[in-house]
Design a protein around this ligand. Structure first.
Ligand code: SF4
Length: 219
């Protein structure tokens, strides 16, 4: 694994590439954000945004989602992967919000992860994007980029990747870095065809060197 100092140098470069990186899920409040993140599991943000454009017009409150049969909600989100489970989770989540949280999305990570369909990553996104709490959500892009660059070990699980990133990156940079790593993975270091030829990190990237067979002068 690369050092903390080298990690920050790399994060700085990525930050210069995507200074305005931010959450691409369209939302207007913590509730909409939570619904959008829940739906984004194994699905692109663009696909979620296409659905929420009309979904958020039809359903504005937890009560709205519970006012229809689950089959109707399934139909409303059927272009999203795993739509049946997601519709069930949305209604279960809305019922708990009404019963236990006065209809509001809780601010505490420990409470968020108790909600149906809300895992650690979703909770991290919600607390950081909606409430500005430092958190570093690890999605598929963040994990891939961190491993390719050698910030984390190849065999690390998602939680280990998050812990390593949090150890190596200053806390005040977690939220912005999360979005910048996502943009870097989504638009540059793509899963299938990373743009190594034009990558400013190629010389330091173990995956890029392997792909390009760059000979590094160890001296
Ligand atoms: Fe990704 Fe290639 Fe850049 Fe490495 S060199 S970060 S694999 S694009």
């Amino acid at each position: 694994m690369i050092s903390k100092k080298k990690t920050i140098e790399m994060i700085d470069v990525i930050g210069q590439m995507y200074p305005d990186a931010e959450c691409e899920l369209v939302h207007e409040n913590p509730f909409e954000l939570t619904i959008a993140v829940l739906m984004s599991a194994q699905c692109t943000d663009a696909a979620v945004n296409r659905v929420t454009r009309t979904l958020f017009q039809k359903y504005k409150t937890p009560e709205d989602y519970l006012s229809v049969p689950v089959e109707e909600l399934m139909e409303d989100i059927r272009s999203i992967g795993l739509f049946r489970n997601k519709a069930k989770n949305i209604q279960a989540l809305c019922q708990i919000l009404i019963d236990q949280y006065n209809g509001e999305i809780p601010r505490e990570h420990s409470e968020l992860v108790k909600l149906p369909g809300v895992g650690r990553k979703t909770a991290n996104v919600v607390v950081s994007v909606a409430y500005g709490v430092p958190a570093l959500a690890v999605d598929t892009h963040v994990e891939r980029v961190s491993k390719r660059l050698g910030i984390c070990k190849w065999k690390d699980n998602v939680l280990q990747v998050e812990e390593t990133l949090c150890n190596k990156i200053p806390r005040e940079r977690w939220n912005k870095t999360h979005h910048q790593l996502i943009f870097f993975g989504r638009y540059h270091c793509l899963a299938r065809n990373p743009k190594c030829n034009e990558c400013p990190l190629l010389i330091d990237c173990r995956e890029g060197r392997k792909r390009k067979k760059v000979i590094i002068d160890a001296g």
